[in-house]
Design a protein around this ligand. Sequence first.
Ligand code: RFL
Ligand code: PHB
Length: 390
Amino acid sequence: MRVKVAIIGSGPSGLLLGQLLATAGIDTVIIDRASREHILGRVRAGVLEEGTVNLMKQAGVGARMEAEGLPHDGFSLAFDGRDHRIDLFGLTGGKRVMVYGQTELTRDLIEQRESDGRPTIYEACNVAPQGFDSARPFLTYDKDGVTHRIDCDFIAGCDGFHGASRKAVPEKAIRTFEKVYPFGWLGILADVPPVSEELVYANHPQGFALCSMRSQTRSRYYIQCALDEKVDDWSDARFWDELRRRLPTHHAEAMITGPSFEKSIAPLRSFVAEPMRFGRLFLVGDAAHIVPPTGAKGLNLAASDVHYLFTALLEHYQGRSNAGIDAYSAKALGRVWKAVRFSWWMTTMLHRFPEAGDFDQKIQEAELDYLTHSRAAETVLAENYVGLSY
Ligand code: RFL
Ligand code: PHB
């Protein structure tokens, strides 16, 4: 098989890149080690920046998102028993975010790709990007006991944090930066109406909590937990009790509970790999960087990488220049580091760190107090939350 761009990974970054390239007549194959069912069953992000929403529309897959997604003009910071609303719309001159599950976004992209008849190979083993330092890169993979080869002009490594692309790069060519946080998030999905129309980010002596949603009838809730917690030790009743404890009384009393149908623990990490291009191999999304979910930035950073790479490849194939390809890594990393900083800052401000002393605690309280009394500080938060421009 030969294609212009071989994409490793059928997550949001690989799928969105494939769809945008399709609109420009550039052929791709997507290859993933997981099954279609597994990919569609993953529950992850929920908040889309305007830039991500616009890319979905540009790719021709925005219809269901526009019909079913929930535009949000603000969110709440809860601490010290009270709520403080961050007016995203007012503070940013009319910007908002869209609450639409990553699961739904992924489904829209997969279904469009299928109805267009574009190739995706699922359940591929030992996917290996090769020859990307030359003009003739290729991929090999095993499926059903047979080794296959795909020749291409470029390889897009959209295969997430644990993927094969970053690992294929010689160690001396890559530099990585990492911070692991001493806690995780325990998250549930339940078919109960959200406790509030807007998201609530809560700082509480027992730890962080987040009230999010997927629709008017489906809630997504998270609580900070220790890294050694086991999902099986968290009955629904224990989760609801702990969540209520961490929220201001008016939310706790309004909370409608019910059986959860998904429950999982995610560790929190910041990670960046530099550069993001190695000859004809590009790293995109989680393959190159991870942020803790507190700033809702992971999926949105994957989308901005896709924007830079799509623009660069378009410029190349339209015969204009390779300037975009040469600039990809620096452009993407400029935006990535700002989101890494924002996600680190939100995480630091809202969580309880096991090693924090009285001094750190006082600084955290002063930060929240400052934020709720300074329009300048709120504006910085809002500008970053809705997403910096591309
Ligand atoms: P993905 O989604 O991990 O997809 C990678 C794909 O590559 C495949 N793969 C391989 N294929 C072939 N060979 C290999 N060796 C392979 N290894 C892996 C995998 O099967 C998979 O299909 O990466 P991508 O596309 O870059 O997308 C990134 C996002 O998924 C991620 O950043 C977000 O989910 C992060 N995130 C959030 N981001 C937001 O913007 N807003 C949020 O509100 C938000 N909330 C979250 C989050 C992530 C969370 N978790 C579970 C980490 C909340 C949580 C709890
Ligand atoms: C989610 O709805 O899953 C979600 C929302 C906001 C975040 C993280 C996750 O900051």
